[in-house]
Design a protein around this ligand. Structure first.
Ligand code: FAD
Length: 288
């Protein structure tokens, strides 16, 4: 199918984009990499009256470190993040998660802002960004606000952004060293959306994780990225070894609330949460 007719506008600045969003309201839709939106337009799942193409808004594309934090412009492509030495050196979880996202041509176009705003429960970046405790900066004609992962990933394909808001920046705090991280998932074919996955970040303090230093976040185990707080707590309470990894996996399986769909049932996905978490904890710990 082809999209329903729409008006096409291509602003070149954030200010212009915000003005367009304010006047178009719910009838306007932002176009970034188009890797999710264009199929939705073609299937007429989305029928905006105006398409606001932000690909010419150059000020939305950057990867910077400011006061130790990583600042990423919303229009930054997946491939640029994958190639960034700054990201690889200080936030390696992001690059590891991105290698699971679709295929290179899609990563050349897809943007971090589009992936966040699309809020697909099977997407890798929202899970990695939750594990990294990222913050999301949104702007509208009413001003600027900062959302945390719980506020941003509200439900399946439902972000916390208002229709007139533009996601402008993603901020990731520094990870205290020593730390180790790992991202694992299972898909039927590499590049397909995953049946399940997990992002693990472990901040080491001796033979266990520092208090509050463990993050375990599941993919495909709920309406959005799903933290496993019981698993996180036990990794700070006992030495991290095979037994602790198994216990963390079991806790992750209990935290998972996955759907049953034609691809896999909930019981299988819960088991996947257990297996992948156990493996990812051991891999992340080896890297500390
Ligand atoms: C064949 C195929 C396989 C894929 N496999 C995967 C996969 O395995 N894992 C995965 O995570 N993704 C996958 N994707 C999706 C891909 O990663 C997309 O790039 C991503 O989800 C959306 O990014 P985009 O820049 O293309 O956004 P678009 O498609 O342009 O937009 C998506 C949504 O976000 C909104 N939006 C975009 N930018 C902003 C902004 N700055 N502020 C507010 N709202 C905004 C749009 O209005 C739209 O609603 C796949 C896509 C394809 C086509």
């Amino acid at each position: 199918m082809k999209p329903a007719p729409f008006e096409y506008v291509a602003p070149t600045t954030v200010a212009e984009t915000l003005e367009l969003l304010a006047t178009r309201g719910t009838d306007g839709k932002l176009l970034a990499g188009g890797q999710s939106l264009v199929p939705m337009l073609n299937f007429r799942i989305a029928r905006p009256e105006t398409l606001i193409d932000i690909n010419n808004v150059a000020e939305l594309s950057y990867i910077d470190r400011r006061d130790g934090e990583l600042h990423i412009g919303a229009l930054t492509r997946h491939a640029e993040l994958e190639r960034s030495a700054l990201v690889a050196d200080h936030w390696p979880l992001l690059g590891e998660a991105l290698r699971w996202v679709a295929h290179p041509p899609i990563r050349n176009r897809g943007t971090i802002g589009g992936s966040v705003a699309h809020a697909d429960p099977a997407a890798e970046l929202p899970v990695a960004l939750t594990a990294l405790d990222a913050r999301f900066v949104a702007e509208s004609h009413r001003g600027r606000r900062v959302l945390d992962p719980d506020e941003m990933f509200v439900g399946p394909l439902q972000s916390g952004l208002e229709p007139d808001e533009l996601l402008v920046e993603i901020r990731i705090p520094p990870l205290a060293r020593p730390f180790g991280c790992a991202f694992l998932e299972l898909a039927r074919r590499h590049g397909d959306f995953a049946l399940g996955g997990v992002a693990v970040v472990l901040g080491r303090g001796g033979d266990r994780c520092r208090e509050g230093g463990a993050r375990v976040v599941l993919l495909g185990a709920g309406p959005g990225p799903r933290r496993a707080p019981e698993a996180e707590a036990l990794l700070a309470a006992r030495p991290v070894d095979e037994d602790a990894a198994r216990a963390a996996g079991e806790a992750a399986g209990r935290a998972a609330d996955p759907p049953t769909d034609p691809h896999a049932d909930a019981g299988y996905r819960r088991h996947l949460a257990y297996v992948l978490t156990r493996r990812a904890v051991l891999r992340a710990w080896e890297r500390t």
